[in-house]
Design a binder for this molecule. Structure first.
Ligand code: HEM
Length: 201
């Protein structure tokens, strides 16, 4: 394995530690509410890794560190892993794998709808984050992975709506951070398109 491959494996292993810790804590002491602990930890870390994934490009630009790009996929896969366990926790503890319950819940609780709007594209991106899919999809892969931007906004809205009471500061932070990162990417694309046009003229 190359040195960068080792670093990526270490980042992934360290990134999985909170998941391992919360799972171990459920076995050690299933009280008080195991679902709440699992939903909270997996949801929080899914958002954190999503934020880190989207931060890679601006950090790469600012720090002039091309190699940072190699970690984007690892961080994205961590965001997907946490979302998968978050969804699984919901399906096991809340929905009991009952499709009728899920569709009713989506219709009744808007934050669940937004969770799904973020979760479905996250699943698509997660299952296509391997070399085989990158090779098969070719140019379409890049287009597909643009879904990360709307999904980040849906995820932050899902979090915002799930918070009961006034303690919405953290959710507002994620909404603002994702909005800024999207604006940065739009600006970056605009600048590159202008440079290409100028070079072709
Ligand atoms: C896949 C579909 C999803 C479902 C069914 C779902 C479901 C839920 C549920 C039931 C809660 C608990 C709300 C409560 O009772 O307090 C929750 C909270 C949360 N979810 Fe999701 N979610 C989904 C997707 C996502 C995604 C994609 C993210 C982030 C990338 C996310 C991040 C969060 C966060 C941060 C919380 C708040 C955790 C806390 O502070 O307790 N969710 N979600």
């Amino acid at each position: 394995m190359s040195r960068i491959g080792v670093y990526k494996a270490v980042v992934f292993a360290v990134g999985c530690l909170p998941l391992a810790a919360v799972t171990a804590s459920l076995f050690a002491d299933p009280t008080p509410d195991p679902y709440e602990r699992l939903a909270h930890t997996t949801g929080e870390f899914a958002l954190r890794f999503l934020l880190l994934t989207l931060l890679v490009t601006p950090l790469k630009d600012v720090l002039k560190l091309k190699r940072l790009g190699a970690f984007r996929r690892t961080l994205g896969v961590l965001a997907f892993t946490y979302t998968f366990f978050h969804f699984l926790a919901y399906m096991v503890f809340e929905a009991g794998f009952d499709p009728a319950f899920v569709s009713e819940d989506i219709a009744q609780r808007r934050f669940i709808l937004f969770g799904m709007l973020a979760g479905v594209p996250m699943f698509l991106l997660g299952v296509t984050s391997n070399n085989f899919a990158v090779g098969r999809l070719g140019r379409k892969w890049k287009k597909l992975h643009m879904l990360v931007f709307p999904l980040a906004l849906f995820a932050a809205l899902h979090f915002f709506m799930s918070v009961r009471g006034d303690d919405k500061g953290e959710a507002v932070f994620y909404l603002a951070a994702f909005a800024l990162l999207i604006l940065y990417r739009l600006g970056r694309w605009g600048l590159r398109a202008r440079r290409r046009r100028a070079a072709a003229a």
